[in-house]
Design a protein around this ligand. Sequence first.
Ligand SMILES: C[S@@+](CC[C@H](N)C(=O)[O-])C[C@H]1O[C@@H](n2cnc3c(N)ncnc32)[C@H](O)[C@@H]1O
Length: 239
Amino acid sequence: MGYDFLSGGKNHSEVDRKAAAHALRITPDGPAARQANRAFLRRVIRFLVSEAGIDQFLDLGSRLPTQGNVHEVATDATVLYTDVDPVTIRLGQSILAGSDRAGYGFGDATDIGTIDPAQLHRFVPGWGRRPVGVVFLGLAAFLDDATLTHTLDELYAAAAPGSLLAVDFDTEELAGHPQALAMMGPQFRMRPPAAFAPLLGRWAPTADGIVPVAEWRPEGPPERVPDAFHGVLATRPAD
Ligand SMILES: C[S@@+](CC[C@H](N)C(=O)[O-])C[C@H]1O[C@@H](n2cnc3c(N)ncnc32)[C@H](O)[C@@H]1O
């Protein structure tokens, strides 16, 4: 897949590499921005494990579980990856076939009831009963405001108090790359950072705030990349 290639992964073919080369011509900063996004995932997951004691994750809209994904960062945690795309799910299942702590199944993020309860119970056994990590990355751009608000609220209601939500969104930076935007399709949504906070509803952003992903708890000087993605970690306080 072109996205996997641009993110530094290994699950791609010649066709994918050509698609990636095309994407690269359209947005030369794209790969750096995507890798900053991946580094954000890595830092967030490490933080959740070491500072919040999280050892179970539900990952929504996962695409491929590679390139430093959740179970590769949280090496003692259990993880359920989900997506709606059948080809992605099959590939994800084959990538994880040898794992006893990470699984992959169908899950429409906008309706968590679509996740197989047996799989949820196996890989996120504390779901609804004790704090878990909910990973919602690369997904907000594909949901309109009403759907996103409803989806995050449904997750809030279902997750146990103390759970944490990692979420990112695309800013209007990409508007400067109309060809790239066209590739993303008509459903693709960019949002100014100030418009995102209200969509979190009852989820409470941590003190780190809603910031460009490269500036979220950077481990050194933040990478100099376009602010194409912003991210936030939010908590579900006790009722
Ligand atoms: C841009 S990728 C994000 C991949 C990964 N989470 C990341 O951040 O690198 C978006 C993924 O969301 C999936 N997707 C789109 N709508 C979805 C929905 N309603 N529920 C679950 N997954 C969805 C797509 O099939 C695609 O694999």
